[in-house]
Design a protein around this ligand. Structure first.
Ligand code: ADP
Ligand code: MG
Length: 818
């Protein structure tokens, strides 16, 4: 590869005609050179040219500080070199390993990769990284050189404001360049420390480093250093307290005098050490990261080149470049995500056709006619979308979003029946056993209104009268006894079961469907892309409907679930009342208990959610048991209390839920496990302890457990000592009942990671991208679509690097799902 010398030649010619006034490029020639030199050097093939390159200082330019005559001489020499480079480009390039002895004393800003190493080498390939340091980086998820180059700082300290000693002000982050006049060990309060007097032409100032006597030896008298930090006033005089410092040089500062990165650390890694390592690693390796974005996309979106973006994300020259670096890297994440999602959709839709399932009009009419209510307009619309999709030979991939209680299950059931009317099988998969059972019960109830049931086992029911043949519905859980499981597996394989409801048990390999044509996945944010596709593989490319009550803002849904078309039920059945939401202070707990007692004596039921202590289920379970104990003994000794937590066996959970459902319990004390989909219309009070510790969407889900019947319902949020964010959350939930509006707020208050829970969805990690950055999301999405339209198989040669990057990013994630 040859260097593109054209632009620099033009600039130097222009400089010549402008009398070497450094006006040819905006921002000065030095800045231009810093960006140009890296890639240029990386492609220089001959050692001789490389050392000329360095002798001219192209890797650490200082044009601005030269006199006009010096500039003229330098520019002439550089033009000569450019001619040389051009000639070299015509010859066959011959890689020459850079040998240690050849390196100039001060390391060049950007270098070539040492022979035999690549971005995929372990980080020990980098000089100065021992295996013990590597192990520490390993804890931060950094293993390869590439990981390291992509190990971005959390933030930057702004030490770019250079002052003179006389200009220093108290409390600001500032930087000076000064000479060391003397350095001595002092012992304030017995702590061995270093004190130095440093100064410039405007005055002197004291600097103190506590607990660090070793600096005395490093700070040699009359050495020039750069100091960055905050100045404090002590006894009427300024002093730098433990400032960052390093020997002065005109470029390439690491700890001072610039935007200084602050990296995530772990035990055994020190900030100075990591910064230094990162500087070297980035200087050497950022330029080896291949630019995988097609030139066209990069230019259309005004994005920095990848190596420059990486380098600026670590050690930015200024705030503007830092911001542009972030945009570029965030764009990459979203773009790759979107392309991956689109490719998956294409695989599903094009590789093998699905089976069209025309609506069985008579069956549907009978079913809908038997419902004790009329569908809402939103349900009608969504049902039409669903039926239209099912009727197509391409397999459907649709996301059905709708508030808790908006009537998604009815729509899904219509789809399940359509499949069976076409003599095919259908499945419904839920994330928990309780939910799966609830769905099973709901579907059975809906069918009982239109068909006769032939008395059958708990886990399988047969209905006649709706289809020309009997219709069999079954429930398959992880907890299903082995003998029943075997029986079900056999009947599913033989086609003896039409509709099968269950949990993850449905995607185990023992489960073979005879002719699965339609699959519904409920509460989708708990399943990953990979799980969606394992269910898909159970049939001959079945139609898939994914249902969620989690309100995901539209742009986000389109990005994260871009493989799915979107249907929204944005309307609740008539007659639903808003849940009255109140936020209570600790002193009001007793009156909350009194209120709860009144509701119970009126025949209603209540939930009490235990505070979130930590993520551990075991700890949560213990806390819930203690709370249940306390409430039963001290507060409600006369009422019937039940307990629900994640450590209970599925059977025990089920027993408790059944009793609560049947009205045999007045109050259900629970951990957050109750969050998902429990339907008890007689429950009217939801009391949440430690409400400030839950996320907005979780609080909303809790609230969704009540207000499901016709009675006025209440949500009482207890918060003992809420943080600021906690307070804002409580305020938001109190004032907003609308699901989607809440979701937008939630995204603003928390990051997307939290929004989806830690183990989100098998999608690539987003580290630089913020899902609240809607314009960038949309840009990445539309670019991905454009590219996809023009090369949907991604087989054009100019997309080869992009495909490689996609494979890398996506396969790293897929590993999590086994
Ligand atoms: P989701 O699955 O969206 O939470 P469901 O389908 O379970 O909601 O419906 C919640 C409740 O509302 C059920 O009892 C259901 O029978 C009832 N329901 C559904 N659609 C309507 C409607 N259009 N009018 C009145 N009630 C409805
Ligand atoms: Mg539901």
């Amino acid at each position: 590869m040859s260097v593109d010398v054209g632009p620099l030649r033009k600039i130097l010619d222009l400089e010549h005609s402008r009398g070497y006034s450094d006006s040819a490029v905006i921002g000065g020639l030095d800045r231009f050179l810093r960006n140009w030199a890296g890639p240029a050097m990386a492609s220089v093939a001959s050692r001789r040219t490389l050392s000329r390159f360095r002798r001219l200082g192209l890797d650490r330019p200082g044009y601005a500080s030269l006199t006009v005559e010096e500039r003229r001489q330098w520019a002439t020499a550089v033009l000569d070199l450019l001619t040389e480079l051009e000639r070299e480009g015509d010859r066959e390039p011959r890689p020459v390993p850079v040998q240690k002895a050849e390196r100039p004393k001060r390391r060049a800003r950007q270098q070539r990769a040492p022979a035999g190493t690549s971005l995929d080498s372990p980080i020990t390939a980098i000089k100065g990284i021992s295996s013990s340091t590597a192990a520490r980086f390993g804890k931060l998820g950094v293993r390869t050189v590439r990981d390291l180059v992509y190990f971005f700082p959390n933030r930057h300290l702004d030490y770019s404001k250079r002052k003179t000693v006389s200009q220093l002000t108290e409390g600001e982050e500032e930087t000076i360049i000064a000479n060391v006049w003397q350095a001595t060990e002092i012992r304030p309060g017995g702590r061995r420390s270093t004190e130095a007097i440093v100064g410039d032409e405007t005055g002197n100032i004291r600097a103190v480093w506590f607990n660090n006597p070793y600096l005395v030896r490093q700070l040699a008298p009359s050495m020039r250093i750069v100091l960055s930090g905050r100045v404090r006033l002590f006894g009427g005089r300024y002093v730098f307290e433990s400032p960052e410092w390093e020997p002065w040089q005109d470029t390439d500062l690491v700890h001072t005098g610039r935007l200084v990165p602050v990296y995530p650390l772990t035990q055994g890694l020190r900030p100075r050490q990591v910064r230094k390592l990162m500087k070297e690693a980035v200087d050497q390796w950022a330029w080896q990261v291949p630019e995988f974005l097609p030139e066209e996309v990069r230019e259309r979106c005004h994005l920095l080149e990848l190596p420059q973006a990486i380098s600026q994300a670590h050690y930015p020259e200024d705030e503007t470049l830092k911001a542009r670096a972030r945009v570029r890297l965030a764009f990459d994440e979203l773009f790759i995500l979107q392309l991956g999602v689109l490719s998956k959709k294409r695989e599903w839709q094009e590789e093998q056709p699905g089976s069209p399932l025309p609506a069985g009009k008579q069956v549907l009419d009978t079913f809908l006619g038997s419902l004790p209510f009329k569908l809402t307009a939103a349900q009608d619309r969504v049902l039409a979308e669903l039926l239209a999709d099912l009727n197509k030979p391409q397999p459907m991939s649709r996301l059905l979003q709708g508030e808790v209680g908006s009537g998604k299950t009815v729509i899904a059931t219509a789809g399940l029946l359509t499949a069976t009317a076409n003599d095919c099988q259908a499945a419904l998969m839920a994330p928990t056993e309780i939910l799966a059972e609830q769905h099973f019960a709901t579907i059975c109830r809906l069918l009982e209104a239109v068909a006769h049931t032939d008395g059958q086992a708990d886990y399988v029911r047969t209905y006649s009268g709706l289809l020309p043949r009997p219709l069999t519905v079954a429930l398959l859980l992880g907890a299903t006894p082995a003998a029943q499981k075997r029986d079900l597996h056999r009947r599913i394989r033989d086609g003896g079961i039409d509709i099968i409801v269950g949990t993850h048990a449905l995607i185990q390999k023992e489960v073979e469907f005879c002719r699965l044509a339609f699959a519904v996945v409920d509460e989708q944010h708990r399943f990953g892309v990979e799980q969606r596709s394992s269910l898909r593989q159970k049939g001959h490319n079945p139609h898939v409907l994914v249902m969620t009550a989690t309100p995901i803002p539209r742009t986000l849904a389109l990005t994260l679930y871009g493989d799915l078309d979107l249907s929204v039920i944005d309307e609740l059945p008539p007659g639903r009342q808003a849940v009255k939401t109140k936020w209570l202070k600790p002193g009001q707990r007793q009156s909350a208990y009194n209120f709860l007692r009144r509701e119970v004596s009126g025949g209603r039921q209540a939930f009490i959610i235990c505070p979130l202590i930590e993520e551990s289920e075991a700890v949560q379970a213990r806390a819930a048991m203690a709370e249940h104990d306390r409430l039963s003994r001290e507060v409600f000794p006369d009422l019937r209390l039940g307990l629900l937590h994640g450590r209970m066996s599925a059977t025990d959970k089920e027993r408790v839920m059944r009793r609560f459902h049947a009205g045999e319990l007045d109050i259900l004390v629970s951990t957050a496990v109750v969050e998902v989909g429990i339907d008890v219309p007689n429950a009217t009070v939801m009391m949440v302890e430690g409400a400030d510790r839950f996320g907005l969407s979780q609080l909303h889900q809790f609230r969704g457990r009540v207000g499901r019947g016709t009675e006025q319902s209440y949500c009482m949020l207890m918060a003992d000592d809420p943080s600021d964010v906690g307070l804002r959350r409580l305020d938001t939930i109190k004032n907003i009942q609308n699901n989607f509006q809440l979701a937008e707020e939630d995204l603003k208050l928390r990051g997307p990671g939290e929004f989806f829970g830690t183990r989100q969805s098998g999608l690539p990690d987003l580290r630089m991208a913020k899902l609240s950055d809607v314009p960038l999301l949309e840009l990445a999405r539309s670019e991905a679509q454009t590219l996809f339209e023009e090369d949907s198989a991604l087989e054009k040669p100019e997309h080869a690097l992009l495909v490689k990057e996609m494979t890398r990013v996506w396969s790293a994630e897929a590993g999590e799902w086994s």
